[in-house]
Design a protein. Structure first.
Length: 115
């Protein structure tokens, strides 16, 4: 009977494998805004820029005006606008504000680790 021997993996190899897995993750996001307010426009601009910079080709961003589709606000549990909802990958997250603090948004979306 042959024995299976598990090869020890170096920390560098483990980090490289984790980076490859991370690079394949697809993000599903929904940004709930309230009309054409300056805060909503800023949130759209900021989230779009962050996604293009950090998730290029790996995200779906759905922008919803809660004035036009209030039922979606109820379904998403939105209490304030603008709110960014990260649906996938899990866990579900909700971020409130104009998303101008990019470092906090990236940590909230699990794109960057907390320092």
């Amino acid at each position: 009977m042959a024995k299976r021997v598990k090869m020890a993996t170096s920390p560098e190899a483990k980090l490289a494998a984790a980076a490859r897995r991370e690079a394949k993750r697809h993000y599903t996001l929904r940004l709930c805004v309230a009309g054409a307010s300056p805060r909503s426009a800023a949130a759209i601009k900021n989230v779009t820029a962050l996604c293009e910079q950090h998730l290029k080709g790996r995200y779906t961003l759905d922008i919803v005006d809660i004035y036009q589709k209030p039922i979606l606000a109820v379904e998403e549990g939105v209490l304030a606008a603008p709110t960014l909802v990260k649906k996938l990958p899990l866990p579900l997250r909700r971020l409130i504000g104009d998303m101008s603090r990019s470092e906090r948004v990236l940590v909230g979306l699990d794109i960057k680790k907390k320092r």
